[in-house]
Design a protein around this ligand. Sequence first.
Ligand code: SF4
Ligand code: SF4
Length: 174
Amino acid sequence: MESLSGRKKVLEQKPMNFWERMYLPAIFKGMGITFMHMFKKKETIHYPEQEREFSENWRGMHSLKRDEQGRERCTACGLCALSCPAEAITMISAEREKGEEHLYREEKYAATYEINMLRCIFCGLCEEACPKEAIYLDGPIVPADYLRKDFIYGKDKLVEMSITELEALKGSTV
Ligand code: SF4
Ligand code: SF4
């Protein structure tokens, strides 16, 4: 039957000649191609011993930022979650109590903040939407894991370390 596009080709299966039945020319041709690639620049690297340089606009794991006094910047406004095309962000807000001014910069903060890293497409829209400069995708690659539930990152993984935590870490490594 004539194809609608008119581009249909009927392929004839010709019987193989003597050399084709020997397979040797095809084997040598394949070995020649392999040999040629030995002198070409390698596209692969020995990861994890070697790592590629990331581009300047690289987007990695999110981090929730603190201000210069170590207080969480996020005010749980929800703009990041609204702007997320993958619906990867969920949060529960809470009112800041008296005496917690040193922990949270605004009167409202995210008591729970979760990102599902399996949903995230690292588009960076949450970062752009944030009016408080509270979220940046400036972290490393999200590491591999076995269970889906382990890809839901909470504040324990997302909030950057406080100054005291950093000092304690430095002290333990000295
Ligand atoms: S990077 Fe994009 S997909 Fe990932 S959490 Fe932010 S807005 Fe959603
Ligand atoms: S990270 Fe920014 S946009 Fe998202 S809830 Fe916090 S303050 Fe709002």
